[in-house]
Design a protein around this ligand. Sequence first.
Ligand SMILES: [Zn+2]
Length: 272
Amino acid sequence: MPELPEVEITRRSLVRWMEGRRVDRVEVPDPAAIRSTRSTLPSDAHPDGVAAVRARVEGGRLVEARRHGKRLGLRFDAGDLLVHLGMTGRFTRGPADRFVRVCLHLDDGSAVRFVDSRRFGCLVPTDDLDADLAEGLGPDVLLAPPDARGLGERLRGRRSVKAALMDQAVVAGLGNIHAVEALWRARLHPDLPCDRLGPADLVALAGAIALQVRWAVDLEDGEEVAYVTEGAPNPFTVYGRAGGPCPRCGALVERTTGSGRATYACRGCQRA
Ligand SMILES: [Zn+2]
């Protein structure tokens, strides 16, 4: 599932590919990819989605591409689209395949395709991009990295710090991988309850989140997202390294699962 860095790279790529180019034609091989609301279900297809996208996009230019958490907002001359990549959605200039859902043909003869094999992703025509982009989300961890005080106000109660960090209403943009890595950086065990975080923990965690997200975005600065490619080397410190030594203290990294997601942590140096 794409996390913030992949969505941010997608945003930057779209700006680079489409800058100064007019969209001549929108081709929609899969009208169900255009939805009325943020929905993962093709059955929530926008009843007039193809026309709604064409009216906003055809004959115009991409004015701005914005991101909040894992949501993307595309502002064209004549209207806006909200984009969700879902599980497998991505934009590409590569050759067409059977998973192309929407294709933007540009005036230089190139094409930008929205490709999505699992079909959880969607484009949503919107008349209020600002509201739709941020609705229900906490502050974006890259655009507005939380400080210790802000985190202290947001991480509350008995639930685990990892669960809270992955709750997009608490902070927007952290998924499983980067939550695991940020907690290792902060020397905090993912299972630690929020109400046991002290002031020094919050300072460490705020710094770790900011570092982790910047590191990941820099790592992925290219059209392809290196670590999600099959067979690519694992660039992470503890994620995906169960049974290996913790690079900080040498204890073995443990893998556990909770709510269907794998967690990796070191009991030697991450306080539980
Ligand atoms: Zn350790």
